[in-house]
Design a binder for this molecule. Structure first.
Ligand code: FMN
Length: 195
């Protein structure tokens, strides 16, 4: 759905995307839908096709979900557990057993993979909030993530309840969290570099 912040012509999936903090606690993404989300990430581009990403995927109610939600910060703990799917997004940072970078683009590429997953979610009628508000070290320890991988972020994925108000909330009163820098400020010119 468009809001007052998105210009006409923007792809509908881009215009409709926003990051909710309310999810329908009864709605369930199907196992096939969950697999599609991972498939979308899998097809993201990456430097040298290095594919420096991995995902801990949990569906609400399963054991992985019970373990992940234990490590949420109080802020995310208010909304992330009710999402149907929780994903921890991991970056392959180092070559195992060395201090050599696996790829200087590991975070860049993980972000692209998560963006692919986010838009596949949109195509399935789902919403995603990516977040950092959790204990990265505790997730790494709980899931025995080796030191050359980094638990970078999480994504809460699910359906926004129909009766939860305007979508996104900024349609009525633009929230600072969704205000964007103007296009002029994004375009780098030698005479007028971005601030
Ligand atoms: C890497 C990353 C980390 C984020 N961390 C948090 C977080 O810890 N808590 C939170 O509520 N939102 C978090 N967000 C969501 C952003 O606040 C949100 O995407 C931003 O305000 C823009 O809003 P929009 O996604 O609705 O356009 C994060 C987003 C990204 C991409």
């Amino acid at each position: 759905m468009r809001d007052d912040l998105t210009p006409p012509g923007l792809h509908p999936l881009l215009a409709a995307r926003w990051s909710p903090t309310v999810f329908d606690p009864a709605f369930e993404v199907t196992p096939a839908g969950t697999e599609l989300l991972v498939e979308a990430a899998r097809w993201a581009p990456s430097a040298g096709n290095s594919q420096p990403w991995a995902f801990i995927v949990a569906r609400r109610g399963d054991d992985t979900h019970r373990r992940l939600i234990r490590h949420l910060a109080p802020s995310a703990g208010r909304w992330a557990p009710s999402a149907s799917v929780l994903v921890a997004n991991l970056a392959h940072r180092w070559v195992e057993g060395t201090d050599w970078e696996f790829s200087e683009f590991a975070h860049y590429d993980l972000g692209q993979a998560v963006a692919h997953m986010t838009f596949q979610a949109g195509a399935l009628g789902l919403s995603v909030r990516q977040f950092r508000a959790f204990d990265q070290a505790a997730v790494a320890a709980d899931f025995a993530v080796p030191g050359h991988w980094e638990v970078t972020s999480m994504s809460a994925i699910g359906r926004v309840p129909a009766d939860s108000g305007p979508r996104p909330p900024s349609a009525l009163s633009p929230a600072p969290a969704r205000v964007r820098r103007p296009v002029d400020d994004l375009l780098w010119t030698a005479a007028d570099p971005p601030g």
